[in-house]
Design a protein around this ligand. Structure first.
Ligand code: ATP
Ligand code: MG
Length: 183
């Protein structure tokens, strides 16, 4: 699985639509302080289903919508799409055979939100299940930010176990078991 492209519009500092292509190998994002480097990572986390505004460095989820600048008015909607290659055959049966998957998330200022898989509306659960056990999800270990390494080293064994379970590919079954037990 490899991220091929990220399309961002109205999200944080990205008021106009931008399309970022990722080629094979290492991609580096460079630029002066405050130019929006971390906002790109926030966009990736957000589109994968992150529900915590704090984890996205905001106070409320509305803070991800472009809130205006000296020269531009605020906008009413944020949208991020992530396109990735699907060698592993991830996803529900309807999209499993597609070579590429596009995940889209939208948020309007009135609080309405939408999730899409290959342009078809879906539930948040479909998105979180898609990434579960891949190591790539909004909270998984593919995004290691400053401070995370120390957190992993200092974590209690039971907390560290989460990372191992995700890597071993059993998170999905645990989540399903928990939701079945709740019913
Ligand atoms: P550094 O090198 O300091 O880590 P960075 O390139 O990672 O900087 P970001 O944190 O990605 O910078 O971007 C911060 C900028 O994004 C700030 O200028 C902030 O005003 C802008 N920004 C964040 N949220 C919004 C929003 N909702 N609307 C408009 N601008 C926003
Ligand atoms: Mg930064």
């Amino acid at each position: 699985m490899q991220i091929k492209r990220l399309e961002i519009v109205g999200f944080k500092s990205f008021v106009d639509r931008v399309s970022l292509d990722f080629n094979e190998g290492i991609a580096a994002v460079v630029g002066p302080n405050g130019c929006g480097k971390s906002n790109i990572l926030d966009a990736i986390r957000w589109v994968m289903g992150e529900q915590s505004a704090k984890k996205l460095r905001g106070r409320s989820m509305e803070d991800v919508i472009f809130g205006g600048s000296e020269t531009r008015k605020p906008v009413g909607m944020a949208e991020v799409s992530m396109i990735f290659s699907n060698e592993q055959g991830l996803g529900p049966p309807a999209i499993r055979d597609y070579p590429e998957i596009m995940v889209t998330r939208r948020l309007y200022r009135n609080g309405d939100s939408e999730y899409r898989l290959n342009k078809t509306p879906c539930r948040l659960l479909d998105i979180t299940e898609l990434f579960m056990d891949t190591g790539v999800g909004a909270r998984a270990y593919s995004i290691i930010e400053q401070g995370k390494i120390g957190m992993i080293l200092n974590a209690k064994p039971e907390d560290r176990r989460f990372l191992i379970e995700e890597a071993a590919g059993i998170s999905k079954f645990k989540a399903r078991k928990q939701s079945a037990l709740r019913k």
